[in-house]
Design a protein around this ligand. Sequence first.
Ligand code: GN1
Ligand code: MG
Length: 373
Amino acid sequence: MEEKELLSLIGRFDIVGTPVGVERCHSGHINKTYIVTAVDVEGTQRRYILQRINSYVFPKPQELMHNIRIVTDFLRRKIAAEGGDPDRETLTPIPCGRELLTADREGGFWRVYAYVAGTRSYDTAQTPEMLENAGFAFGKFQQRLSNFPAEELFETLPFFHDTVKRFGDFRQAVMEDKAGRAASVREEIAFVTDRAALCSSVTDRIADGSIPLRVTHNDTKLNNVLIDAETGRAVCVVDLDTVMPGSVLYDFGDGIRFGASSAAEDETDPDRVYLRLDLFEAFTRGFLSGCNDALTDAELSALPIGAQVITFETGMRFLTDYLNGDVYFSVDREGHNLDRARTQFRLVLDMEEKLERMKEIVSRCRRREFRKD
Ligand code: GN1
Ligand code: MG
């Protein structure tokens, strides 16, 4: 879409100043994101995030924005009561009249958030401390939502982390072989099939009640938390599209999957991919401390399994999309989703080897004093 059109779209929202410049931001595999600069009469610049919601993934954008409105309102009140700064510590969606959305000529839906000044996101942890801070922010996010009325949320993506259902989707993709790629990825298909039993290890615990359902973020990648560029503190958890009832095992696990890997999610050389135990420990320490001791024993002892299951699930989702012809995750190159699947499978293998050490680290972190901030 042309800059003129983008500026006119953002002009419909209640932003301060006149939008003057727009830049594409390539983070995220689902929505299209732009950073817009606006200038007010006094010459003060403000930045905004303009996003086109992916309608293939989110066919009901009104329900999605309802969730974001009630979650951010709730978080603002909590943060203010804690003496924090709600404008920095949670996302601020900008209204468009009475809505939080506007439609373009093709029927696509757009939304706007205030840009949190002085922050940025990272695809890899620069230091273990950065990952610890991110873990703390995700743990705290979960803890702040512990008394959120879950029944007021729409389930934006039903069965999102139902790994058993994901396995069914994978099997179907192999059978249909829509893109004619199945024959070239037999090894990866076998990797998934051999581990079918892993799929139910979290869902069974949820179904039998041994692991509670909580309101969770469900997409806790390091790049979904804004980091203060000066202090390195994690300021604000973003990407609230998948806030739904879920398990803390997935939030912990996804933070590990992405943040404690030795390499990028789309690294092309699988030999460079392994689980960094120093980063595993850093995230665990931060996350548990952010949760403020609110997890049950069953949850705590299943955290390493959670990391394994979500990494397996994500690899399976990438492979499924590769087989379907790259219709879900955005790709920048031929084989992008396959590279992503391979990194995840490498991590799963390494986690299988390191499971006992992961458990030891969790036990060690459980006994630590929690930090106060
Ligand atoms: C997607 O939108 P983004 O890039 O933060 C996906 C997550 C995956 C992730 C893998 C709605 O997240 O579930 O874990 O890619 N989001 C959705 O990087 O499917
Ligand atoms: Mg997302």
